[in-house]
Design a protein around this ligand. Sequence first.
Ligand code: SF4
Length: 313
Amino acid sequence: MRWSYSAGRSFRQCQRQWFFKNIVASARANQPLRRRAYLLSKLQSLSAWRGKVVDDVISKTLIPSLNRRDTVTLKTVKQKARCLFDSQLAFALRHPIDDPDLRVSREGEDFALLHGMEYGQAPTAQDVEQAWTEVEQALTNLYNMSAVREVLKSSDYVVSQRALQFELMDDVTALAFPDAIAFSPARPPLIIDWKVHAFGQNDAWLQLAIYAIALSRSKRHADFPENFCCAPKDVVLLEAQLLTGSLREHDLGDDEIIEAEEYMINSACEITSLTEGKKYAELSAEDFRVAHHAETCQRCAFRTICWEKPHAQ
Ligand code: SF4
């Protein structure tokens, strides 16, 4: 089984939602339900989508330019973001989720599906305008965050959206996707998490602590510095709130590392004690508890398939 911070959170919010996303959804399976679940798993809220546009432009345009020692202006980054925003929005508004020929891998950068299009709340022109204003605001703030720019520019190499994996416990692999990891011979490795929320999340430290543990325990990637190794508490952890332009450094002490490790193990144990290593064919939605809160269902991507059958309470 694969465990990640987001899978653990999803399981605690609604076990059944975790089941649909992690067991049922499959791009390759022949069963229509599994393909449907896979496409539903790609639905994003408008705010998550505009945050992803920002993440993608940072990881695919800004960071590669920095690694090449090229200068990329804010204007160029915004133009790139606008192209991505427009092409993904056009795709999302067509909402071809029922097209049997839809292949996510074939659509490339244009692919985006919006939750509101599936559940009867298409974004209004005002929603779209607001989303674009926030993309621009986030990128402008990033360029004004001199501490972040300095760190990125003075790094030897920055990797972005890299999958770090390590064995968490028997039959469970933990996966983590830090937004950016900056390496420099002059200082410890640094992980940055871009947040595009109006308010900070209280548990950002936990997510970052898990990234630090993952960096210390995963196998060295080919483009990491030679002989790279680190302890979690050596890693510098930055939470960059791009909508507000604020930067927060999280210090990890021994207590926080123990707490984060316990969190991962407890969460993975909760999941494995329910699934017992069983595969799709041996499990059913009724084995998994439904959400406690109606709001969780309102935001859920899998409502269509979940509500086809009455809930087993
Ligand atoms: S619709 Fe509600 S109960 Fe069903 S999977 Fe989603 S969150 Fe869980």
